[in-house]
Structures are given as C-alpha cells and as structure tokens.
Design a protein around this ligand. Sequence first.
Ligand SMILES: Cc1ncc(COP(=O)(O)O)c(C=O)c1O
Ligand SMILES: [Zn+2]
Length: 410
Amino acid sequence: MPPKSLKCKECQEEYPLEAIYACSRCFGPLEVSYEPLDGRDPAELKRRIQAGPNTLWRYADFLPVQRPPEGALPTGMTPLIRADRLGKELGIDELWIKSETANPTHSFKDRVVAVAMARGLELGFKTFACASTGNLANAVAAHAAAAGVPAWVFIPADLEREKITATAIHGARVIGVKGNYDQVNRMCSELAHERDWAFVNVNLRPYYAEGSKTLAYEIAEQLDWRLPNHLVAPVASGSLHTRMGKAFDEWRDCGLVSGPLPAMHGAQAAGCAPVANAFEEGADFCRPVKPDTIARSLAIGDPADGPFALELARRTGGAIESATDDEIREGISLLAKTTGVFTETAGGVTIAVLKKLAERGAFGPGESVVATITGDGLKTPDAISDLIHIDEVEPTVEAFENLELVGVSA
Ligand SMILES: Cc1ncc(COP(=O)(O)O)c(C=O)c1O
Ligand SMILES: [Zn+2]
C-alpha cells in the first residue's frame, strides 16, 4: 500500500510526504494517505506479512517508509496473553492482555518512534527530539542511541525519576521544563519552527501516528486474523486509540479481516479526563483541563486527537470512561495478581476502566475483549508503594517460624 500523500483530516487538502503536520488552508491535522489496495490478493498480503521479520516491520506494506531501516531496535510482536483468571474475576468470557511492556523501552511508544525515526532519517534529519510525558522520551533516547544520532528530549521537570533516568542514560539531552506537558508541547511546537530538528510528535506527527497502527495489526494477526469484539486502550492525546481504529479499517478494506470494527473504548484518569468528560456530556469537542493524577503518562489536558477519539468511540459503540487514582492503583494490583503482568499507571487506568465496563454489562456473553497494557510498572513504582508490604526477619528459621504474617492467607 504505497504512501501517497499527507491529507488534511478536516478539508482533505493533500500535501507531499514531508515534515509537515498542519494544513496551511484550515490548520487541520495531516494524516498519511495511501494508494488504495483494491485488487491486491489478501492471501498474498498475508503471506508477505507472515514472511516478514518478527518486528513491526512485517507490516511495512502499511507504513509510510520507503524501506524498513536496518539495525533499528527490534520493536513490536509483543505477547497477546489470554487472561482467563482476570476474565473470570471480571465476568468476561474471552479476555486478552496485549503486553507492550515487552518492547525495547517497555512501552508502546517504541512503535511510534521506530516509524517516525525511520521516516525522519529518510527525510535527511540529523537530530531527533520530542515533547514527552515520559515514555516517549525513553523511546526517542534509546532509538536515537541505536541509530547513532543525537536526541533532545523535553519533559515536565517533575516527571517520575525512573523515566528521567531511563532517558538520560542513553546520552539524550534531557530538558526538564518547569511546567506541565501542554506547556512543554507548545514550547516544542515553536521550537520545531526554529530548529532543523525532527520532533517526532510535532513535525513528524503524521508518521509517528502511523506507528500506533501496528499494535492493532498485531492483535488481529495474533487472534488468527480475527477482530476482537471490544478493545480498551488508554487515551492521552488520543493518537493510539484513533490509529488502532484506522488500522482495523485498513485491514477490513483490503480483506485481511472481516466483520464489524471492535467497540473502541478509551480510558482516561479522572484527574485528566477531557475526552471522557466530553463523551459523557455528549460534546464533540474537549474542554482542556489542568491535569492532576498519578497517571503522569496520560496527563495531557488538551488532547490533539480528542475529537477523533470521541467520534471513533461513538461510531463503534464504545465508551470513553475515567478512573480515580485509587481505582488506578487497584487496577495495577489486580492485573499483577491475576496475570503476572506489572503495568505502569496507564495500564492501571485501562484495567480500572475495563472493570467498570464489565460491571456495567458492556461485554456480552461469548464476546472477546482485548485490553492494551501500554507500559511497564517498573517505571512508576511510587504510585503503588503504599500497597507493598514486606515482612522482615532475623536470619534464623526460628525467627521465621515465629513471624506473625500480616495479610497473608497461606
Ligand atoms: C504508557 C502510555 N500509554 C498510553 C499513552 C497514550 O498515548 P496517546 O497520546 O497516543 O493517546 C501514553 C502516552 O504518553 C503512554 O505513555
Ligand atoms: Zn485543511
């Protein structure tokens, strides 16, 4: 499916495949559009995918690069795990967890960076940059190190220490901005005009967004070329949620999968829920909010793709829901105890919303549900430190035998 142009999502004006992201006619966001695939044999497309590498580059036919990069960090093909114990707990007949913790920097952001960086290098950029809530910073720093190019990373200065460490260690220049993510993002939008840098989520945003599609392709392939009935994904800017919808649409159009789109549910933290609020109010636009939540990776108060996430959820019979900080902590703990997957706060949001949807009867008997766990719990240990208890003893068996265990039934 060769990429054809960048197309305005509002007025359909077309632009060349360069480092631009906004329509000069109406300021709408630009998105990669492809030559139609009609006439290609789906069986042949499937064979090409299956013969590809065990990374997201097996989907190169659906990505906006001329050819997959060589020597890039191997990203994607993360496990889709059948979660029967969690499903039983929540009353869901067929539940799957897509664990993005298995990516090189332990979040789904490796996907967007892999694609944006490949395209940025093709366009001749020598320096990479981003505005980040943490995980994107990790990914840009690591992929830049692997590619041997310098990286500049802009984050809110008070971000989780683990995320800062996992970024700086790769040699990236980390700039802690004294403000929230929305301020960091505005600053980077201005900087992108000043400097000849590839800001992966600013001037390369149309290519970056395409990387998220690969998460949806994998789910469909791993379900043996079947679409689930429901998908639950976290929403910050709304790029991941909406691009997974785009991916399923593309694969339906070219006959790789059939049937209706999954109900596309979105999950936000109650302390930063501009999209969930608009969904509840029946509004088409999101009123910006000032984030205040432990889910720092989702703390975007003015989400660029918010209106599109609303449209996708409504069109597919999904919902955008929110979860409080306590529910997020419970979600992290529940997932860990029933599946062995330890997620960061964003995954706690996803599981908390999954639970709410299940309680509300959103999932019918026999329906399949996939919950995307987009990042690793080792990056946000402080969020759940109050839930953790260890028993200490002197190094003797006697001391152990006499230990009064608190909260353990064994
Ligand atoms: C772990 C994690 N999950 C989900 C998201 C949401 O991504 P998007 O901005 O595409 O909605 C982010 C964004 O930073 C993230 O770090
Ligand atoms: Zn336009």
